[in-house]
Design a protein around this ligand. Structure first.
Ligand SMILES: C[S@@+](CC[C@H](N)C(=O)[O-])C[C@H]1O[C@@H](n2cnc3c(N)ncnc32)[C@H](O)[C@@H]1O
Length: 314
């Protein structure tokens, strides 16, 4: 069996790879659900560790990434099942429960590198921003079909943008001044509106605006909530779950959910533990990338990894 390297030949380096493997400790014969396969970087490392005898189920909402991951993982063909699927539906896949659930949230480098996907404000492309282009609304459709108040809410909550209302109004007016074919709305249209409102501060605000639109059109927080809620159904007793997030809204959700799962119930009168927590935190604080990793891979700078273990007695 060919072992996949930490620095694979496709040039993609998985974030916090050593930390993920050390903390989740995959062992030969175990089963893994990788909810965000991407280019298959983490998946390959999990497969190295669970071989011989282990299995990996990989999900990705993005068809192109799924094809790339399949190619990268071809030497493990008999041990993998790959599904084009949103991880919000993870509890419906066959082969559960499982030993390890892993998610490395958000977008992957091909999303940013290919302007045709509309994830980047640095190049002109169709204003799309969906991982799964076969379902849901593109960012252009979202702006065209939303009220100023709805756009404001997205910009404020998901981008933490000041002057959200002014920008939402600017976008609403711009997108309603002429009738265009959906694909003719470009990332440039959003860039122009941001520059109008924020002038010289636009370069700082643009990443937040694109983040907000991406979170909205992919319902990223809704998908994460569904995955967290499904953990008891998809993880075996003794199983582990690890999640890498890249912005504070996701990290807060993971932190609070893991904390509530791992908090024992106390007797109101005595303050003693009445029911021990059925889950145990594997990370007290979020694990972040080392200086060495962040200098090699800038995306790892905002990565936060948290993990939890389901105890065997519940
Ligand atoms: C950061 S990349 C994963 C990279 C991967 N760990 C690797 O090492 O190659 C995140 C991937 O998750 C996918 N994704 C994001 N949200 C998703 C969702 N709700 N359901 C399924 N896939 C999703 C994206 O399409 C992207 O390919």
């Amino acid at each position: 069996m060919q072992k996949l390297a930490l620095n694979p030949s496709n040039g993609h380096v998985p974030v916090l790879a050593n930390e993920v493997l050390t903390i989740l400790a995959p062992a030969p014969g175990e089963s893994v659900l990788d909810c965000t396969l991407g280019l298959g970087g983490h998946a390959g490392l999990f497969l190295n560790a669970v071989s011989p005898g282990g299995q990996l189920i990989g999900l990705d909402a993005d068809h192109t990434n799924l094809v790339a991951a399949k190619k990268h993982l071809h030497s493990f063909e008999s041990q993998i099942q790959l599904h084009r699927m949103n991880f919000r539906n993870a509890s419906s896949i066959p082969g559960l429960p499982i030993d390890i659930v892993f998610a490395d949230l958000g977008l992957s480098s091909p999303h940013v590198d290919d302007p045709e996907r509309g994830f980047t404000y640095r190049a002109s492309g169709p204003l799309d921003l969906r991982y799964d282009r076969s379902s849901g609304q593109s960012a252009a459709e979202f702006i065209l079909s939303s009220s100023v108040e709805e756009i404001t809410k997205v910009l404020r909550e998901f981008g933490e943008i000041q002057r959200s209302y002014q920008l939402a109004k600017g976008l609403h007016i711009h997108f309603h001044t002429e009738a265009r074919h959906l694909n003719d709305w470009k990332t440039d249209d959003v860039v122009q509106c941001v520059e109008k409102v924020f002038t010289y501060r636009a370069p700082k605000v643009l990443p937040q605006v694109f983040q907000a639109l991406r979170i909205a059109v992919n319902d990223e927080l809704g998908a994460l909530r569904s995955l967290l809620d499904a953990l008891p159904a998809i993880l075996k007793p003794g199983g582990r779950c690890g999640i890498i997030s890249y912005h504070s809204l996701e990290d807060r959700m993971v932190k609070q959910h893991f904390r509530s799962l791992s908090t024992p119930v106390l007797d109101e009168r005595t303050g003693q533990v009445a029911t021990p927590a059925p889950w145990d935190l594997l990370t007290r604080k979020a694990v972040v990338a080392s200086a060495g990793e962040t200098s090699l891979n800038p995306r790892s700078r905002s990565a936060k990894f948290r993990a939890i273990k389901r105890l065997s007695f519940d």
